[in-house]
Write a protein that binds this ligand. Structure first.
Ligand code: SF4
Length: 330
């Protein structure tokens, strides 16, 4: 749980997709993209959400913003459940929630100038026009490290890192309280990634908004997150304060992810890789603990019963039968 006032509270979030086949397009299966995810995010806090490709983390990101409709569950923003809201009731709430996507080039209209892109939300929501809008856009450019004279340029005239700065400026335009960052640096060169991450940290310090930060790379979330949640096949399997998670990973899957992170500190113990194969299909997820097909600690109970997230220390929860207070995998 976050110790700051909760801004976002997600409870039992489920997103299933029907798989259709045959001439009559009957439902022949169900993709369990997100299968009962709960977490909270405090004001001014960053929660990193990590996991392999296909684990459901981007679906969580989109469901939180209602860019995809949840199958069930609640999503409270500042105490208001936004799941039952109609499109018109959702519209003012959307001002508080923005997203930065992975591929800045794909998410920018190539026919619009950077200034028009950043100013568009102000126009759509009727917040500014004319010179007032231009001044606000110039200020946003300055905040993200771009020059106001670049407002007249088109997306193709910017580098990848600069394009992501344009996306961040657009996300800032409406003064959001929550920004969902969906793999925002994955498409950038490693040398640029740190610059964009540092920009996000500086902006949070100045403006106090919260980030839900999605990544497949623990090294990236390590730098920006206050807490980290690890997802596997549509569920959170471990969630803890960042320092605690990195120092004391309890779930075998988290240990495996950490083992794949390059270690710069020679004194730090390097964990042995302990997971093989690919993530099973979310159409037919394994019974019991979904990780049991890849876990080297598997016991009979793991194949039959699904472990729920349970306390595993201060600000630390884990879903594993070996962490029920009787011990932990070594
Ligand atoms: Fe491994 Fe069993 Fe723990 Fe799942 S519950 S992570 S299979 S030990």
């Amino acid at each position: 749980m976050s110790e700051t006032r909760p801004l976002l509270e997600v409870k039992d979030l489920v997103k299933h997709y029907a798989v259709r086949g045959g001439v009559l397009r009957r439902q022949v299966g169900t993709v369990h993209a997100v299968d009962g995810v709960s977490f909270s995010l405090g004001v001014g806090e960053t929660l990193g959400l990590v996991g392999e490709s296909g684990c459901g983390k981007s679906t969580v990101a989109r469901a939180v913003l209602r860019l995809v409709e949840p199958t069930s569950g609640s999503i409270k923003l500042d105490g208001t459940d936004i799941v039952p809201l109609s499109k018109s009731d959702l519209r003012p709430v959307r001002r508080s929630m923005q997203i930065v996507f992975q591929d800045p080039f794909a998410s920018l209209n190539p026919r619009m100038t950077a200034g028009d892109i950043v100013g568009e939300p102000l126009t759509v929501h009727g917040l500014a026009s004319g010179e007032e809008k231009q001044a606000r856009v110039a200020e946003l450019f300055h905040q993200v490290g771009l020059r106001p004279d670049q407002m007249k340029n088109y997306p193709h005239q910017f580098s990848g890192g600069q394009r992501q700065r344009i996306c961040i400026a657009r996300a800032l335009a409406l003064g959001p309280s929550l920004i969902v960052c969906d793999e925002p640096v994955s498409a950038l060169d490693v040398s640029i990634q740190a610059q964009v991450i540092n920009l996000l940290i500086d902006l949070q310090r100045d403006h106090g908004f919260s980030y839900l930060f999605i990544a497949h790379d623990l090294a990236v979330v390590a730098h920006i997150s206050h807490r980290v949640a690890v997802m596997y096949l549509g569920r959170i399997v471990e969630i803890a304060d960042k320092a605690e998670l990195f120092a004391n990973p309890r779930h075998p899957y988290t240990q495996a992810l950490l083992a794949s992170v390059p270690v710069a500190d020679p004194k730090m113990k390097k964990l042995k890789p302990m997971v093989d194969g690919d993530v099973p299909s979310p159409i037919n997820p394994p019974s019991g603990c979904a990780f049991h097909t890849r876990c080297r600690y598997v016991i009979d109970r793991c194949r039959l019963e699904r472990p729920a997230l349970a306390e595993a220390g201060t600000s630390h929860q884990v879903a594993c039968w070996l962490n029920d207070g009787t011990g932990r995998p070594e």
